[in-house]
Design a binder for this molecule. Structure first.
Ligand code: IPE
Ligand code: IPE
Ligand code: MG
Length: 246
């Protein structure tokens, strides 16, 4: 059964970043608790990760938990942390099979000890893999990331490691959590919300944005393909004129 036509491999985004939204509403529609939505979002994660690996996407970044999400009810935060821990353990064989290297961005110190340990175990176990880099944004906030970069740069100035005059965009990039990841080419957000919610503010400066009404637990390979088709139809001008690109 051929569900969708596979996107043309000539013009694929190198880095896809996804704001996985709508788990709570999905559960509510079914008369269930929000955690049920989060549990069902795991299947979408697995399918998306495998679909991206199959297409040879080099970088996939998933926004799983924001700095602001710590303000949710404790019951929901606990449920999310335990889903995270269980899935990390369960998905390790899939990551190995697909040659995926796990990475994380965010303030890992905020995570419960057990979840953090599990996360770094999988990062360690997959560090030699040479395929797609899968980055989980966990306890991630772009503003916090920028504040942390600014502090590090100030420290280098104060200790005479660098001169203020030499600070440029590359300096900032070097101090972001994403220092080893290129800018996002395509940012997808599910659930119909059209906002960035403190995600990759610097790194998405020139990303193509794609919004879909599909709720995250319903997001499937064909939805990913639709986003990529849309991306492939766009002209990325980076400030130039269309004629200059010809
Ligand atoms: C996204 O789904 C998952 C996280 C933010 C952790 P939500 O939980 O935000 O679902 P909605 O937006 O309330 O439907
Ligand atoms: C953004 O979703 C964070 C993640 C998907 C992890 P939220 O549902 O938390 O965003 P807001 O609060 O609606 O902007
Ligand atoms: Mg939401």
């Amino acid at each position: 059964m051929n569900k969708t036509i596979t996107p043309d491999t000539g013009n694929l985004p190198k880095h896809i970043a996804i704001i996985m939204d709508g788990n709570g509403r999905w559960a509510k529609q079914k008369g269930m608790l929000r955690a049920f939505g989060h549990e069902n979002g795991v299947k979408s994660v697995r399918e998306t990760v495998e679909a991206c690996a199959k297409l040879n996407i080099a970088y996939l970044t998933l926004y799983a938990f924001s700095t602001e999400n710590w303000n949710r009810p404790k019951l929901e935060v606990d449920a999310l942390m335990s889903i995270l821990m269980n899935s990390l353990k369960k998905e390790l064989p899939t990551m190995q099979k697909n040659n995926i290297r796990l990475n994380t961005i965010g303030n890992a110190h905020m995570l419960p000890e057990k979840a953090r340990r599990q996360l770094f175990e999988v990062i360690e176990a997959t560090k030699e893999n040479t395929g797609m880099t899968l980055t989980l944004a966990l306890s991630y906030g772009s503003r916090e990331e920028l504040v942390s970069a600014i502090k590090e740069i100030c420290n280098e100035v104060q200790t005479n490691k660098i001169d203020i005059a030499t600070i440029n965009e590359a300096t900032v990039q070097k101090h972001l959590y994403t220092h080893n990841i290129p800018d996002a080419d395509l940012v997808i957000r599910t659930s119909g919300e059209q906002r960035i919610s403190n995600f990759l503010l610097w790194q998405a400066a020139y990303a193509e944005l794609y919004f879909t009404d599909v709720l995250w637990p319903d997001f499937r390979e064909e939805d990913l393909h639709k986003a990529i088709f849309s991306y492939q139809k766009r002209e990325r001008r980076f400030g130039k004129t269309s004629e200059q690109l010809k």
